[in-house]
Design a protein around this ligand. Structure first.
Ligand code: IPM
Ligand code: MG
Length: 360
């Protein structure tokens, strides 16, 4: 009997649905060879859900996700909702899911495919062989801290967001980063703003305590402004970057662009509940529905799903090799600046799926 895995798919907005189609097709094409059976259940989130139900996500969707083996998400957010109050914005679905599923550990790898070395904004010698992992805390910090809101005080409005971390929240994400570094090159760079923020001073102290249990891993602390600069100056110094929610949001976008296109990078959100996998890129409404979106971030997210949730790291490797092979053949979407043949989402996805199936 093949192993049954239940996956909730949440295509979301913009290019989300068309890249999701490729992710689902890939899993479907691999099921037999992996001796697995995938049961997909699709649901609306973000703008797509606001349009239908006037909420960014429904309670029953949370329940469905909590009962699944994994969640695969496309992207959420559309400019038409930019002026909505925060509880009625598409992004609320994503933040709600992260909180409800307790997926506090967000892994965002930034790896450069050799073939894309000239597509990176940095010179070849600074970037060749780049392979780093941002470990972003995902359920706390500025995104979730209380108090938060816009208040009227006398005749002035005040906007309030709070960056707060309990030591347990810092400890559990630090442990994930050190465990991961052990499987990689053995270095953790913990990024904070300890020269100014009290919350960062606690972060630094707790990470240092955790490091005591990992004498084989080298720990360094770096201020976030310096890290932003080092990422474009000498990015190969990094192995694992461990950081809080907001800093991780910013630094992971920066790191992703080093690899030539944000359209390539996947993410995994792991923690207490059902794990969630999604591309790092956004909804790109300008190219939505035009068969122009790069499906590789979604395809790589499926690879992470197979690796981290279904214990099939070898299948994940086959997928990333297939991505590289197809890029080497010159097939690419418009976001990737390489020589070769410009193709659409469907063709690029189809070729990578075919190549994966051939080698699995
Ligand atoms: C990301 C995105 C989200 C975030 C938005 C869409 C809420 O930028 O996943 O990086 O800020 O976390
Ligand atoms: Mg972001």
């Amino acid at each position: 009997m093949p192993k049954l895995k239940r996956i909730v798919t949440l295509p979301g907005d913009g290019i989300g649905p068309e890249v999701m189609t490729q992710g689902v097709a890939l899993l479907g094409a691999l099921a037999n060879s992996l001796d697995m059976e995938f049961e997909f259940s699709e649901d609306l989130v973000g703008g797509a859900c606001l349009r239908e139900y006037n909420v960014p996500i429904r309670e029953k969707t949370y329940t469905k996700c909590k009962n699944a083996d994994a969640v695969l998400l496309g992207a959420v957010g559309l400019p038409e909702y930019d002026n909505n109050p925060s509880h009625l914005r598409p992004e609320k679905a994503l933040l709600g899911l992260r909180g409800e599923l307790g997926v506090y550990c967000n892994l965002r790898p930034a790896q450069l495919y050799d073939i894309l070395v000239d597509a990176s904004p940095l010179k070849k010698e600074f970037i060749e062989g780049l392979d780093l992992m941002v470990v972003r805390e995902l359920c706390g910090g500025l995104y979730f801290g209380q108090p938060s809101g816009i208040e009227q005080r006398k005749n002035k409005r005040f906007g309030i967001s709070t960056m707060t971390y309990g030591e347990d929240e810092i400890r559990r994400i630090a442990i994930k980063a050190f465990e991961l570094a052990r499987l990689r090159r053995g270095k953790v760079t913990s990024v904070d703003k300890a020269n100014v923020l009290s919350v960062s001073q606690l972060w630094r102290a707790v990470v240092t305590e955790v490091a005591g249990d990992y004498p084989d891993v080298k720990l360094e602390h770096m201020l976030v402004d310096n890290c932003a600069m080092q990422l474009v100056r000498a990015p190969k110094q990094f192995d694992v970057i461990l950081t809080e929610n907001m800093f991780g949001d910013i630094l992971s976008d920066e790191a992703s662009q080093l690899t030539g296109s944000i359209g390539m990078l996947p993410s995994a959100s792991l923690g207490d509940g059902t794990p969630m996998y999604e591309p790092v890129h956004g909804t790109a409404p300008d190219i939505a529905g035009k068969d122009k979106a790069n499906p590789i971030a979604m395809i790589n997210s499926v690879a992470m799903l197979l690796h981290y949730s279904f214990e099939r790291p070898e299948a994940a490797k086959t997928i990333s090799t297939a991505v590289e092979t197809v890029l080497k053949q010159g097939y690419h979407t418009g976001d990737i600046q390489i020589e070769g043949k410009l193709v659409g989402t469907k063709e690029l996805g189809g070729r990578i799926i075919e190549e994966t199936v051939k080698n699995i």
